[in-house]
Design a protein around this ligand. Structure first.
Ligand SMILES: Cc1cc2nc3c(=O)[nH]c(=O)nc-3n(C[C@H](O)[C@H](O)[C@H](O)COP(=O)(O)O)c2cc1C
Length: 363
């Protein structure tokens, strides 16, 4: 069915802080935190919810890993109480195992199961998964139908525009995926060939919105409230998704949702980073977390917030305790802020799992 309200005036008035829904799942704001392989750990998602993301998403989880009950892959399916609503994303190239994986995702407590038809990374596309499926719409539809049949929770699909530059495959396959059972589509309108170069062409997002009667989420290059508002207004998308803009910068999320443009103080940055370090260590264990966290030091401390040598120093340190100690020397007044943040966090389970973090994924 065609959405004839695509050019409706009321569109421009969407409040980024207003609720919307995906089937029965109420999403409290118009901001979705992007799935990012090697980034979207539970600590990142919980932080995203605290800073105003209405929906968060796991990084892509291998359907084959779930099928073979790979212990590390199953670790990705751990859901915390304070991250709902949450989508868990799966990737694979065969309908039946994807349906099985979706059942596991539902059993794990996810609110939505998301299917990755956007990953441009060779390791994934050469198996026929990710963005490759945009060029095999029959198989893509069979995967969505198998997943939708397998679960009662809503099914969403995240796509790129197509495989090659200039491709408009998403406009052919998108409506068919909705007919097959997708309750939401997210479009990152770059080609797989583009990877992350060039810009996201949201005129395609507007076209997709006009072709489907389900909410569309716009992903790509959204880093400010002004950009988010423009993309919502000019595309008719129900929500925007933020990825790289939120790396080491949860304040960007708050700014986009609330228009609270204040830059965080050094103390706020240090306190938030220390909390993130502690939560990640609790989640991944010290050994895995200390390597995983290194990229976050640059992301948090950059933007002129701290002198550059501090980041170099932190990545050399052996333990995360030493990193925390060094940060508290650089910003001593972060300590009371940190105490307050920790007191406000709901107490989750205390289990430490050796969760895997893939080197790089994408979509
Ligand atoms: C490091 C990294 C990992 C990513 N991993 C995934 C992923 O696992 N699944 C997915 O659908 N998209 C993934 N993406 C794509 C993002 O979800 C998003 O669509 C893209 O980065 C464009 O949004 P942005 O400009 O806000 O970053 C990844 C992106 C980055 C930068």
């Amino acid at each position: 069915m065609v959405n004839t309200s695509n050019y409706d005036e009321t569109r421009v008035q969407i409040d980024l802080g207003s609720p919307w829904s995906i089937g029965p799942v109420e999403v409290p704001t118009r901001l979705v935190l992007a799935p990012m392989a090697g980034v979207s750990v539970q600590a990142f998602r919980r932080q995203g919810r605290r800073f105003g993301a209405g929906l968060v998403c796991s990084e892509m989880v291998s359907c084959a890993g779930i099928e073979h009950r790979d212990e590390k892959t199953l670790g990705y399916l751990r859901v915390a109480e304070d991250e709902h609503p949450l989508a868990i994303q799966v990737f694979g190239s065969e309908p039946r195992p994807m349906g099985e994986a979706a059942r596991m995702v539902e059993a794990a407590g996810a609110d939505i199961v998301d299917i990755n038809f956007g990953c441009p990374v060779k390791k994934v596309t050469k198996t026929g998964a990710g963005a490759t499926l945009l060029e095999d719409s029959d198989l893509a539809c069979r995967i969505v139908a198998a997943v939708a049949d397998a679960v009662a929770i809503p099914v969403s699909v995240k796509m790129r525009r197509g495989l090659r530059d200039g491709s408009r495959a998403c406009l052919d396959v998108g409506p068919r995926l909705v007919d097959a059972g997708a309750g939401t589509l997210t479009l990152h309108p770059r080609s797989a060939q583009q990877m992350y170069t060039g810009t996201a062409d949201h005129s395609l997002t507007a076209e997709l919105v006009s072709l489907v009667d389900v909410p569309v989420i716009a992903s790509g290059d959204i880093t400010s409230r002004a950009r988010a508002q423009t993309v919502l207004a000019t595309t008719g998308a129900a929500a925007v998704m933020v990825g790289r803009g939120a790396q080491g910068n949860p304040w960007a999320l708050r700014d986009i949702v609330d228009g609270d443009a204040g830059e965080p103080t050094r103390e706020e940055v240090a306190a938030e980073l220390i909390l993130f370090i502690r939560e990640t260590v609790r989640e991944l264990g010290e050994r895995r977390a200390s390597g995983f966290l290194k990229k976050f030091y640059g992301w948090y401390l950059g933007r002129g917030r701290f002198p550059r040598p501090l980041k170099q120093e932190l990545v050399q340190l052996r333990s995360t305790d030493e990193v925390v100690e060094r940060l508290l020397i650089a910003a001593p007044d972060a300590a009371p802020l940190l105490e307050q943040l920790e007191a406000e966090l709901p107490s989750g389970d205390e289990v430490t799992l050796e969760l895997p973090i893939s080197l790089y994924g994408g979509g």
